[in-house]
Design a protein around this ligand. Sequence first.
Ligand SMILES: [Fe+2]
Length: 352
Amino acid sequence: MIDGPVTLLVVDDEEAIRRSMRKYLTLQGYEVAVAASGEEALTVMGRQKIAGMLLDVNLPGINGVDLVPRVLELEPDTAILMLTAVNDATSAALCMQRGALDYLLKPVDLTHLGRAVQSALQRRHARLEGRDTGRRLGGEIATRAAERWIEQANQERISVATLDALVNALEAKDPYLRGHSARVADLSASVAAQLGCDDALIEAVRTAGRLHDIGMIGIREEVLNKQGPLTDAEYEHVKQHVLVGSQILAPLLHLKDVITYVRSHHERWDGFGYPDRLVGEQIPLGGRIIAAVEIYDALTTSRPYQEKMPPEIAVERMRDLVGTVLDPAVYQGLEAVVTQRQALVFLDDATG
Ligand SMILES: [Fe+2]
């Protein structure tokens, strides 16, 4: 390991914050450099080796969120802690998705700051030592963002809440996806209940619904944002999201069932799905439920190329998929839940 003084860089446009953090961190034994803007931070990094960075989200010029990837491009092992004025889970998750290790709320409590810096530097150190973790997981991981998440999940217990915030951040980029996972989670849980599943299974299905597409973080932006049909190679790449998703979640041992649902949510009843080509009841029930609900959600939400369908029409249309794509029992459960919900809507309209 590298010994000697550890240098931190405080990036904040407020002079008072730079001064108090520098003072506190110097007392803790760190070398401290400061910068008032993103541009200045990059210049400082060109001059000296920075182990850790405290980075304000709101900066004039390049903002903190956009600075994260540029910093990591210069020096991939920088331990970055974000400083944010508001408890904004989405921008914090976005920073963490881009490779920041943690975020602190302003005004920063200095003792908390000390602990957070220490733990971020420890993680950085563990990462330097465990360099090849990502490589061991196989070549199919597409992006550095996905590698980072897997690495981070291996080194600590990432909470479901953090992953949830990450899903929100991913969806926020696409107006057609916004709220998709939350709706899928909610409806999938209702379908599981309708099918008579026990509470533990219902909750596992709900969590899997929230996280089912988290592996999209491993899919290249140009493929995700492509207008028009995908080439075969691009489609193969998109399919990786079920594997990337289950790898991100793999270290979370208490989510064992959830992980099987995430992995299997694109399997088909007739065995022509992916990634494992499971057939019928070989497919975990949670995966079968999410598969059906995801199609329903796509049909009932507007998309660039499609008006949204009313619920009863969507369910009707999906009847054609029973026995090929969909498990007949799961379809019946979905149909029952949608019918009940529609009845409630009419009741509401009539009485409200
Ligand atoms: Fe998916």
